[in-house]
Design a protein around this ligand. Structure first.
Ligand code: AMP
Ligand code: ZN
Length: 137
């Protein structure tokens, strides 16, 4: 646990929160400034600043928790859809540097999240880029 990290304190129960789920590895809480009511964030109990730092085992347990939480949030809020979001780095919109996964209820036409402009690739560019990324895996 990182003593200077608010999400470490929340995840480990030192700071109280509106908890909707807890197990040995995670705590899921209502976001304090929700995109819609029911917006939940899932926090690992162990500190990792972002996806690049989290250990594989914990990362592997995260999506099943998101699935479980998303189902319950959908049922209770009656939303039409759910976004699972996870920001890494300031440029990507991360503001709290303890990894967390957002579970955001969405309603038809709510327009609350930006849709990115659709780019394109020149001939052969996608294959070249794919090969470069593949070589790093
Ligand atoms: P991000 O921008 O992905 O780093 O998301 C940080 C999220 O944490 C935001 O949606 C905040 O509203 C939320 N947040 C910050 N502090 C708290 C807190 N004390 N309790 C619950 N949610 C929080
Ligand atoms: Zn932390």
């Amino acid at each position: 646990m990182n003593d200077n990290c608010i999400f470490c304190k929340i995840a480990n129960g030192i700071i109280p929160s509106a908890t909707i789920y807890e197990d040995a590895d995670f705590r899921a809480i209502l976001d304090i400034a929700p995109a819609h009511k029911g917006h939940t964030i899932i926090l690992p109990k162990q500190h990792a600043a972002n996806l690049f730092e989290i250990d594989e085992e914990t990362a592997g347990k995260l999506l099943p928790v998101a699935k479980k939480v998303a189902g319950a949030v959908k049922k209770v809020t009656g939303c039409d859809g759910i976004n699972i979001l996870q920001n890494n780095g300031e440029a990507a919109g991360q503001t709290v540097f303890h990894l967390h996964v957002h579970v955001v209820p969405r309603f038809e036409g709510d327009g609350i999240l930006p849709v990115w402009p659709q780019g394109s690739y020149a001939d052969g560019e996608a294959a070249e880029l794919a090969a470069k990324i593949k070589a790093e895996l």
